[in-house]
Design a protein around this ligand. Structure first.
Ligand code: AMP
Length: 301
């Protein structure tokens, strides 16, 4: 596996793979890898070709007072894990090369970034799309893979790819979870033991909402009420939002027709966690319980 720190070199490697007729498959991350990230690499390996993972803690997507400086970084461990999971290249650009002095261009997908996390982190998705367009331009992938844990990000990236005529297929993997259902996240490491226990309530709350939906309720406020009831018994969990929204537009819905997204953001102590679950009227698609595919540690509920 190659570790590449330089944009020129990354471009050359990618151009060579393309020139030889191979596919370039790209998994962008901020590192501090866990099994959620590895499931993206495993999915990427299914496409064949050159499998590139980037690791870049992107300052643009952190707001004031957020955890940019303290975000966990462990490049040695990450490169080892990426290699074991089959990556061909780990691209670790340095910040000064990505954002040289005078850098000022940004890419924004304004309406899809308004609801859910975008409401609470107003500059977050602009930072995400800006760095992703740059990484797409450097890596020039045929396929890029994203996790459904960040569902809003997927919808926004798909919009950007379509709006800007990027010739990139966006592929996704389900949420990978810990044994108690907590969605894996690099930020879970911030949780103190009692907070970690309490954080399990987020998945339980999603399941309560899903079970309300499965038993026939289509009224978003009733389902949201069920989710909030489960969360509110945990004093360490403070709800930022519980929302039911359209899977494509991300607008809030009052009554669920064919399907919708149930999404939660909560503070557990000082750590902000998000999770979601698709609510479908077709029973064979069960997004709350399929997220541990391919991993042994994670649990299927
Ligand atoms: P991050 O390093 O947190 O920016 O995440 C990089 C990619 O990994 C994004 O596409 C995330 O959606 C995805 N990801 C993070 N956690 C999980 C998870 N628990 N399950 C599936 N994908 C995940």
């Amino acid at each position: 596996m190659m570790v590449v720190n330089n944009i020129r070199k990354m471009r050359d490697i990618s151009a060579r793979a393309r020139g030889e007729g191979g596919r370039v498959v790209f998994v962008p991350t901020m590192g501090s890898l866990h099994e959620g990230h590895l499931s993206l690499l495993k999915r990427g390996a299914d496409f064949g070709g050159l499998l590139v993972m980037s690791i870049f803690v992107n300052p643009l997507q952190f707001g004031p007072g957020e955890d940019y400086l303290t975000y966990p970084r462990d490049i040695d461990r990450d490169t080892e894990m990426a290699e074991d999971a089959g990556a061909d290249v780990v691209f670790i650009p340095n910040e000064a090369e990505i954002y040289p002095e005078g850098f000022q261009t940004s890419v924004d997908v304004p309406f899809l970034g308004r609801n859910l996390c975008g409401h609470f982190r107003p500059h977050h998705f602009g930072g995400v799309t800006t760095v992703l367009l740059k990484l797409f331009n450097i890596v020039e992938p045929h396929v890029a893979i994203f996790g459904e844990k960040d569902y809003q990000q997927i919808v926004i990236v798909r919009r950007m790819v379509s709006d800007l005529n990027l010739d990139i297929e966006i592929d996704t993997v389900p949420v990978v979870r810990e044994r108690d259902g907590l969605a894996m996240s690099s930020r879970n490491g911030y949780l103190k033991p009692d907070e970690r226990m309490a954080a399990g309530a987020i998945y339980k709350a999603l399941l309560a909402g899903k079970s309300c939906f499965d038993s026939g309720s289509r009224d978003a406020s009733i389902i949201i009420g069920e989710v909030e009831d489960v969360l509110s018994v945990q004093p360490m969990v403070s709800i930022q939002y519980v929302k039911i929204c359209d899977l494509d537009t991300l607008e809030d819905v009052d009554t669920i027709e064919d399907g919708a997204l149930l999404a939660v953001a909560a503070m557990v102590g000082r750590t902000r966690l998000i999770d979601n679950c698709k609510l479908y009227t077709t029973p064979e698609i069960d997004s709350c319980t399929d997220g541990s595919a391919g991993t042994e540690r994670a649990m299927v509920w």
